[in-house]
Design a protein around this ligand. Structure first.
Ligand code: 13P
Ligand code: SF4
Length: 305
């Protein structure tokens, strides 16, 4: 049953002709009032198809909301807490991409959507954890500058003959780096369970898993698998969504401490404030947005093929 605050938000949403988009790492109470939930790619695609709405409240981190703003220059994209930043996205400044392009001028630039708008403006095409291999394989170039996540770069390398050059050195997600040997013990404890991990986890963790999937890939896999028990190697609120949607299955977090602190900055109170006062507007400089839009749209186009 929805609480009073949730009901107020739903009413405000209707009055303002708004839509709430939420990433899979949002908490249960936010999942309940979201109009659409998804991984980064699903959220990008949804953000490209919202012509009938006046306002978008984005419950995710900065790079996700910025991408929605890049795709919708004439709409108000709101983020309930402006401190909701992804530390990985800050690891690859545009200047570093430009430097790498100077050193490897025959390479295509594929950037993870977990980058800021200025870096996106330097990319030929973006990718997410759901489509990275497909995006790289769609390009003519045999040499690819790829960043900022070195674990996703290593994952892509194992599926392509192309040369993947990770930029910057050591780009990573602190949440997915937390996973270490616990997966090995969980495998022994639950021998019939399937282990699903995110490609941002370290390569040795990916090797121990049954499947390496984006968060949207995990949603689809758990729904369709004939197995009953799943161990989930990503942020803990992924487990929340999987449990909500699969009440007859057993969903076990590989590590309960794997919390993305900035994703948790959004709360019902802040979402209400966002709708009520139409704040905080996500702003991307027009020149940067115009430059970055091509790379986002190219990714969406290749993903739909
Ligand atoms: P997904 O696109 O798989 O949801 O991943 C986004 C992310 O930031 C994972 O940490
Ligand atoms: Fe960024 Fe990691 Fe949080 Fe994903 S889980 S938003 S990559 S810090």
């Amino acid at each position: 049953m929805l609480n009073d605050l949730q009901k107020e938000i739903i009413q405000l949403k209707e009055e303002k002709n708004a839509i709430i988009l939420a990433h899979n790492y949002q908490t249960w109470d936010i999942q309940e009032i979201a109009d659409f939930m998804g991984d980064s790619l699903e959220l990008c695609i949804k953000a490209s198809e919202i012509d009938d709405k006046d306002l978008v409240v984005f419950c995710g981190v900065d790079f996700m909301a910025e991408t929605a703003a890049i795709l919708n220059p004439d709409k108000k994209i709101l983020i309930p807490d402006t401190q909701a930043e992804c530390p990985m996205a800050n690891m690859l400044p545009a200047s570093e991409v430009k430097k790498a392009k100077g050193r490897f001028n025959d390479a295509a630039v594929v950037l993870y959507v977990n980058t800021l708008a200025e870096a996106k403006a330097e990319a030929d095409i973006l990718c997410t954890s759901a489509n990275a291999v497909k995006i790289v394989e769609s390009l003519d170039e045999d040499r690819i500058l790829f960043g900022p996540d070195m674990n996703l770069a290593s994952y892509v390398s194992s599926f392509t003959d192309k040369e993947i050059i990770p930029i910057p050195e050591g780009g990573h997600c602190y949440v997915h780096r937390m996973f270490t040997g616990e997966i090995f013990f969980l495998r022994e404890k639950y021998p019939d369970a399937e282990i699903l991990v995110h490609p941002e986890c370290n390569p040795e963790i990916q090797k121990m898993a049954d499947h390496v999937l984006s968060t949207g890939g995990m949603v689809n896999h758990v729904k369709e698998s004939s197995k009953d028990t799943f161990i989930i190697g990503t942020e803990v609120d992924m487990v929340t969504r999987l449990r909500r949607e699969n009440p007859d299955k057993t969903i076990i977090p590989a590590l309960s401490e794997a919390i993305c602190e900035t994703m948790k900055l959004h709360t019902l109170e802040k979402i209400k404030n966002s709708l009520l006062n139409e704040e905080f507007v996500v702003k991307v400089d027009k020149n940067i947005a115009d430059k970055a839009r091509g790379a986002v749209e190219r990714m969406i186009e290749v993903s739909k093929r």
